[in-house]
Design a protein around this ligand. Sequence first.
Ligand SMILES: CC(C)(COP(=O)(O)OP(=O)(O)OC[C@H]1O[C@@H](n2cnc3c(N)ncnc32)[C@H](O)[C@@H]1OP(=O)(O)O)[C@@H](O)C(=O)NCCC(=O)NCCS
Length: 172
Amino acid sequence: MEPEIEIHIPSVLDGQDIVRVAGSTPLFTAEEVGTVKEIWQEYIQQDDEEDPYLFLAAYHEGQLVGFTCFGHRSLTQSTYLLYWIAVENSLRNMGIGRKLLNDTEQIVKRMGGTQIVIETSDEPTYEPTRKFYTRLGYTEAGAIPDFYKAGEGLVIYFKDLNGLNIKNLSTP
Ligand SMILES: CC(C)(COP(=O)(O)OP(=O)(O)OC[C@H]1O[C@@H](n2cnc3c(N)ncnc32)[C@H](O)[C@@H]1OP(=O)(O)O)[C@@H](O)C(=O)NCCC(=O)NCCS
C-alpha cells in the first residue's frame, strides 16, 4: 500500500531533513550531498534572484521523506531544470518520487514552464533512476560520454509540458 504523502514547499527549518534524505541515498557522494546543502543555503538566503532555486518536499506522518530542487533555466523562455530529486532510501519504490515529480511538473506548468530538462549519470547504478524518468514520461534527448569523469557519461532527458493538464496538487 502506498504511504500517505503530503507535498508542499518546505519550511526554512527543513534544511537538515533535506540533507538527511540526500545523505540516505547510496548513489550520492559526500560531495553531492554537500552541494545539496549549499544549494539549500542559497535557497533560504536568496533575495530577488532572477532565476531562484525552488524546492518541493514530500512528508509522511510529518517527517520529510523526499524533495525536488528545480528552477528556470536562465536564457531560455520557459525551460526548467530539475537539479535534484531524492526519496528517503528506505521508502523508495512506493510512489513518493512519482508524486513529487508530478507536483513539480504542475508547479512548473503554473509558472509558465513548457518543458523540464534533467541531467543524470549513465552509470549502471543509475539505471533505476533512468527507468524512473522514462516511466514518468521523460524522453532521452542525448548523451555525452566521459562527462562526469572518465567512464561516467551524462544522459539528458526532457519532458514537454504543453500537453499536461493542470490538476489539483497532491496536497492543496
Ligand atoms: C529516483 C527516485 C527519486 C524515484 O523515487 P521512488 O519513490 O523510488 O519512485 P516511485 O516509487 O514513485 O516510482 C515511480 C515509477 O518509477 C519506476 N521505478 C522506480 N524505481 C525503479 C527501479 N528501481 N527500477 C525500475 N523502475 C523503477 C516505478 O516502477 C514506478 O513506475 P510505475 O508507477 O509505473 O510502477 C528515488 O528512487 C531516489 O531517490 N533515487 C536515488 C536518488 C536519485 O537517483 N536521484 C536522481 C538523481 S538527481
